[in-house]
Design a protein around this ligand. Sequence first.
Ligand code: NIG
Ligand code: FE
Length: 411
Amino acid sequence: MKNLKLIGPFTQILPMTGLSVKGALQDGQLTVIDNGGILVSEGKIIKVGSFEDLISDTVTIERIEGEQVCLPGFVDAHTHICFGGNRANDYAMRNGGRSYLEIAKAGGGIWDTVTHTRKASQDKLVNGIVQRCQKHLGNGVTTLEVKSGYGLSVTQELKMLRAIKKGNDTVVQDLIPTCLAAHMKPKDWAGTPTAYLEHIANDLFPILHKENLTQRIDAFIEESAFSKEGIRPYFENAKQNGFDITVHADQFTTGGSQLAIEFNALSADHLEASTSKEIMALAKSNVVAVALPGASLGLGCNFAPARQLLDAGAALAIASDHNPGSAPMGDLLTQACVLGSFEKLTNIEVLAGITFRAAKALNLGDRGNLEGGKLADFICFPTGNYQEITYHQGQLKPGKVWKNGVKVGDG
Ligand code: NIG
Ligand code: FE
């Protein structure tokens, strides 16, 4: 085997292996490897085990000093980090007591970001992605999903998705692009929502395939965006053309998660409004439920019912929803820890939600835990006790980050 490298010793390695994708998890189920090492070659993990046992004449050693807890690199399965402008004024108005509708009428909301994103050049959008990814890297995120959805025309959505592709070539992380042209009906579209969706499906979908820009289609199902009935032909078209589906579902009103299940979507994201009916249905399905605590914190509203979802047997991932409107913080670990505290999630449920369960939401089988054959994406925190990671609620930062076996961050 070429270029065998042994990285360690880590005081503890949490490989996050042998755990169910669905349902509640107890901390007692967590495998902890004491004084562990990770053997890597050509960007992949060969073996994870006792550091001493992995030492041999044929390996070079990358030695780790001091107490360190090692985990899989975090996966942020839902972001909108490609955008122009910011919405500080929306935030101030919201905290001043103005409603979502009033803010939209006053020129804020998603359309404000559409206006600024349309004005921005592709290069400017790439720069924004690069800056935000730098911050996410410092928080241990090695894979991010990134949505379009602030272009809302064929040309402008293409500009965003090309910027995301270029961003992927530029940043350390892997960026997984998603087309969210169905974020809202653009205000400058004179026709019906149905005609807009037909136009996108007919004129944008073929280019997405041709330029290899994305295989994922998302829609915002909400009274202020698209109806369940309205989006059905759009999703049918997407499925026939081989795209995977993901849904902004049950954020303020229910309906979206049911559609996600109907279309066998990879994930249903938000779920703040889900009731026991939606929770039971999600638990029976293979759709990953994605909680977005950053949107609850940004909007000052309730969290998704994460505890109930897990107890019912659902797969729960946690993502940042990093966007300029509802979730400007963009700190996945902090948000996952806060959700864990309010929703009474075990450490392992919090960490599963941002590692292998988040990878499942993106249909990525090659990452999210540490075992032979997986990508050598991992991070370590300067502590000897993994419990301190959630305890410090995101303020304990990973000192070191490896992407494809190469150290890319060293704090
Ligand atoms: O995921 N819910 C709709 N879309 C985004 C918000 C985007 C925005 O307000 O700019 C979300 O929260
Ligand atoms: Fe979102």
